[in-house]
Write a protein that binds this ligand. Structure first.
Ligand code: DOR
Ligand code: ZN
Length: 345
């Protein structure tokens, strides 16, 4: 049995770093293991221009722990007013690596997102022309669609029409949570990929709701039925290039999670690599962890994989903090519900 595994240093292709005291408190949790991350732009106010992205990048670099080697890959938050030229310039200068599409109202700080997709057609065409990936939060937001169906309905009624109308648009389906998402990503061409979070490989909707409501398992898109979790596990451990890690690690202070109207987000940055190693071992796929966490993402984003490596070693259960105490307040670390045996050396 494998007791030690060395892989290229991983990247996180979907991460929330927030700002201010929260940023400072949680950034080391990511830089400890990851070399790069796609940084979500859903701040208040959102990161909508190249100038905003440059300023946010500076704040991240300023908050970096001493000695950390980490590159934040910036994104712009797509609005109906996004200027295609500003976006193209930010891409050409290397400042941004992607653009994020939030349907208005889909999740945390998405109020400035897109309501009328016709109004972003010009921007999407520009992105197709320059090859800039669109990271998509794939959920419809209308009250008549059940929250557990919102991803599948989005794929059929929004994503597929957008892709047909914009040939060449490179799309990352972010944090897919359904077999529908896996199937759609699998059938797409080389311009389509999907990220999968750590927590969606571990929990299904029962984990949130059975035996009392568990606010720290609540995120968006919400975890679905077991059959969907199994489809995600099969996709993540398949080694297929179109599936890669985007943790969607999304810290909220405990007060706002354990609340009458609790925020969406699981905070997994601290123990993601240990959880993933456990999951891949359970699936007999440890040899494909590197593809998922370290190779497939850079290949899609047309970047080189990291030269450095990390080594995971199996042993006694790993101790990790239950909470990260930030200047903004405590943030609960994702609890997979079983002991983790793989530590990152
Ligand atoms: O659970 C989530 N939390 N899903 C999202 O899409 C946003 C994120 C956040 O920013 O808290
Ligand atoms: Zn997210």
């Amino acid at each position: 049995m494998t007791q030690s595994l060395t892989i290229r240093r991983p990247d996180d292709w979907h991460l929330h770093l927030r700002d201010g005291a929260m940023l400072e408190g949680i950034l080391p949790e990511t830089t400890r293991h990851f070399a790069r991350a796609i940084i979500m732009p859903n701040l208040v106010p959102p990161v909508v221009t190249g100038a905003h992205a440059a300023a946010y990048r500076e704040r991240i670099l300023k908050a970096m722990p001493k000695g950390a080697a980490f590159t934040p890959l910036m994104t712009l938050y797509l609005t109906e007013d996004t200027d295609p030229e500003d976006l193209a310039q930010a891409a050409a200068s290397g400042l941004i690596s992607a653009v994020k599409l939030y349907p208005a109202g889909a999740t945390t700080n998405s109020a400035s997102g897109v309501r009328n997709f016709d109004r972003v057609r010009g921007v999407l065409e520009k992105m197709a022309e320059i090859g800039l990936p669109l990271c998509v939060h794939g959920e419809v937001t209308t009250a008549d669609v059940d929250i557990f169906d919102r991803e599948a309905v989005f794929i059929d009624t929004v994503l597929d029409p957008i892709r047909r109308a914009t040939p060449g648009l490179r799309v990352v389906m972010e944090h897919i949570t359904t077999k529908n998402g896996v199937d759609y990503a699998s059938a797409g061409g080389e311009d389509l990929a999907a990220t999968i979070t750590t927590h969606h490989l571990v929990i299904n909707r029962n984990h949130i709701l059975v035996g009392g409501i568990k606010p720290h398992y609540y995120c968006l898109p919400v975890a679905k039925r077991e059959e969907h979790r199994l489809a995600l596990r099969a996709a993540a451990t398949s080694g297929e290039g179109r599936f890669f890690l985007g943790t969607d690690s999304a810290p909220h202070v405990d007060d706002l999670k354990e609340h009458a109207c609790g925020c969406a987000g699981c905070f997994t940055a601290t123990n993601t690599m240990s959880v993933l190693a456990e999951v891949f071992e359970q699936e007999g796929a440890l040899d494909r962890l590197e593809a998922f966490a370290s190779l497939n993402g850079p290949a899609f984003y047309r970047m080189a994989p990291n030269d450095e490596t990390i080594t995971l070693t199996k042993g006694d259960p790993v101790a990790y903090p239950a909470k990260i105490y930030t200047g903004a307040g405590p943030v609960t670390v994702f609890d997979p519900g079983y002991p983790l045996h793989w530590r990152v050396d």
